[in-house]
Design a protein around this ligand. Structure first.
Ligand code: NAP
Length: 561
């Protein structure tokens, strides 16, 4: 760094930006980004649309909402003291505990004074001459920032299907992703739940005991397997504390960001008897280990996958007493892991309650909502409460609704009209100084781990810019194209597991069908970040904004990839 050059945060004050770094969204990634930016010496603020911290864990407070990653693997790892002092009650914590934890983190690290709540971003416009972003907030205020970091999440815009008459229903209506802070009274009510994704199948068993009747409207059955949750015993707590360094090392380096140990055998290495015994072990294993510790070819060989599906189907038939209901609950159109599998607690058992019934929307589709209930092809059922567990506009939903305008007023939603284009899932061309950790092309595994990698990379990048006297960073279009092609190509690789998941945007009518995650996951991200470091940020255009003395970029670091 030029010794005469004042540090970046001082220079930015000279140019009257309110902050160096403006983070949007107080979810797990946004809180971490705020912490890292402040720790690195930048001035930073965070804007949050909700009334408290938590993001997903603020809005999704429906009964039964809980982690399906192990609590201590989902938690922050940047502070040993934090890890040691917070004792998770259960291996898979319930939403209230997670919300308490995130509030604790914010207070423990004195972040709250940097956060503005009930502050929804309504537009963010890049100003070319100054290289800064002007951000308008729902409360009418305006902010200028050098770097805009949208940590707005991939599952943050609830989706309501366009069912005719949806607004006509006169009873209470809720969406799992927009759950009210005051508890909903289900007591002796006639309740309908529409949707059987991860949210629906958590909610259904949690309320079945309270309601007068529960009618589940299922369009597609899911491969649900047991979460196998349990309280964390004092001995386990002590072991977790003792193993912190090893746990951190595994979580920071493993492909999926879990502690699960991978299996070393393929399905047909074993006899049928051995396979079934192994599947039984999987059935009784915690959460995602059914994917991460299962036979190595589970997601590669359709015959192997079909074998596991048959095992799960047998389990369903064994639990659900009514054979017709059991059959409806067994997926017919997709394999295990093709859609994000839910992990459940007593879900299938719920259908043995006399007050619970299942409507198969494949056989009797919803026709419309009425003032008093739901009309399907076989008639009308009346309800006091309808819960929409119908998912989210995944990946790009929040970013496309923030009024983000890059170079020459380019709208992000137009730039991504055919699907997102990114580099490393953190930047896109024509939107300088704009980052989106935990957005599209990210999150293939235990989300906080992967999103945290992106936050770490962004923070390291900002420090690099400051140290090298740059104000502006924009990914080169060639690097973006290469990364985006990699995503599309990897997603299309055989065996084709179909394209019927929200991973491809197929749950939203009219949305482009493009893969929204990074199926090569963390190993690919780590590799590309290492290349960025080694090449001195060759994949990016670094510059000083035009309003300042221009200093050409040193030849070694210049140019496109
Ligand atoms: P989802 O997986 O997208 O499920 C939405 C459900 O609504 C599906 O069953 C879908 O049926 C149904 N649906 C959508 N439109 C419909 C329509 N017009 N008529 C009838 N049914 C309709 O959403 P989600 O359950 O909220 O879960 C989303 C993601 O959030 C999960 O995959 C997971 O990543 C995350 N999540 C995590 C946790 C956790 O960590 N513990 C808990 C909850 C959610 P189709 O399948 O036929 O489209």
């Amino acid at each position: 760094m030029d010794p005469c050059e004042p540090p970046f945060h001082e220079r930015s004050r000279r140019f009257a930006a309110d902050v160096d770094v403006l983070v949007v969204g107080a979810g797990v990634s946004g809180i971490y980004q705020l912490y890292r930016a402040l720790e690195a010496g930048f001035s930073a603020q965070l804007l949050e649309a909700g009334g408290g911290v938590g993001g997903t864990w603020y809005w999704n407070r429906y009964p039964g909402a809980r982690f399906d990653s192990e609590s201590y693997t989902y938690a922050y790892l940047f502070s040993k003291e934090l890890f040691e002092e917070w004792e998770w009650r259960e291996h898979f914590a319930e939403q209230p505990e997670t919300e308490r934890y995130l509030n604790h983190v914010v207070d423990r690290f004195d972040l709250r004074r940097h956060i503005r709540f009930d502050a929804k971003v309504t537009s963010a416009v890049y100003d070319e001459p100054s290289g800064k972003w002007t951000v308008l907030v729902s409360d009418g205020t305006e902010l200028r920032t050098q770097f805009l970091i949208a940590a707005t999440g991939v599952l943050s815009v609830p989706y309501f299907p366009d069912v005719p008459g949806r607004e006509d229903f006169r009873g209470e209506a809720y969406h799992t992703g927009l759950w009210p802070a005051t508890p909903v009274d289900f007591g002796r009510k006639r309740v309908a739940v529409i949707g059987t994704g991860s949210s629906g199948v958590q909610l259904i068993p949690a309320i079945a005991g309270e309601v007068a009747s529960l009618t589940v409207y299922q369009r597609t059955a899911n491969w649900c397997t047991p979460l196998n949750n349990a309280p964390i015993t004092p001995d386990e707590q002590a072991q977790l504390r003792g193993d912190f360094e090893a746990i951190r090392e595994t979580l920071n380096t493993s492909a999926h960001g879990f502690l699960h140990v991978a299996h070393d055998r393929a399905t047909f290495d074993d006899s049928k008897e051995e396979r079934w015994a192994f599947f039984e072990k999987m059935w009784n294993s915690p959460g995602f280990s059914k994917l991460t510790s299962n036979y190595t070819d589970l997601m590669l060989d359709p015959a192997a996958n079909a074998e596991f599906c048959e095992f799960v189907a047998e389990k369903v038939r064994g639990i659900v007493e009514d054979p017709e209901t059991a059959d409806k609950l067994i997926p017919k159109t997709h394999r295990f892991g093709e859609k994000r599998p839910p992990f459940v607690t007593s879900y299938y058992e719920t259908y043995n309650h006399p007050n619970v019934s299942l409507v198969d929307l494949e056989q009797t589709p919803i026709v419309r909502m009425t003032e008093r209930g739901i009309e399907t092809a076989d008639g009308v059922r009346e309800f006091d409460i309808v819960v929409w567990a119908t998912g989210f506009d995944f990946g790009t939903g929040a970013l496309a609704r923030m009024g983000i305008r890059g170079r020459d007023g380019l709208a992000l939603e137009d730039h991504w009209a055919d699907g997102p284009k990114t580099f490393l899932g953190v930047q896109t061309t024509d939107f300088p100084n704009f980052f989106f950790p935990g957005g599209p092309h990210a999150a293939a595994g235990n989300n906080p781990r992967y999103n945290g990698d992106q936050v770490d990379f962004i923070t390291e990048t900002l420090v690099y810019l400051r140290d090298h006297g740059y104000d502006t960073i924009e990914v080169d279009s060639a690097a973006e194209e290469k990364w985006t092609n990699m995503i599309d190509t990897a997603a299309a690789m055989p065996p084709s597991f179909g394209k019927i998941s929200y991973y491809f945007g197929t749950n939203i009518p009219g949305k482009p069908r493009r893969y929204l995650l990074n199926s090569l996951g963390r190993p690919k991200l780590f590799k590309e970040i290492a290349k960025v470091r080694e090449s001195d940020y060759k994949a990016f255009k670094l510059s000083r904004s035009a309003s300042r003395d221009s200093r050409p970029r040193p030849a070694t670091a210049a140019g496109a990839q």
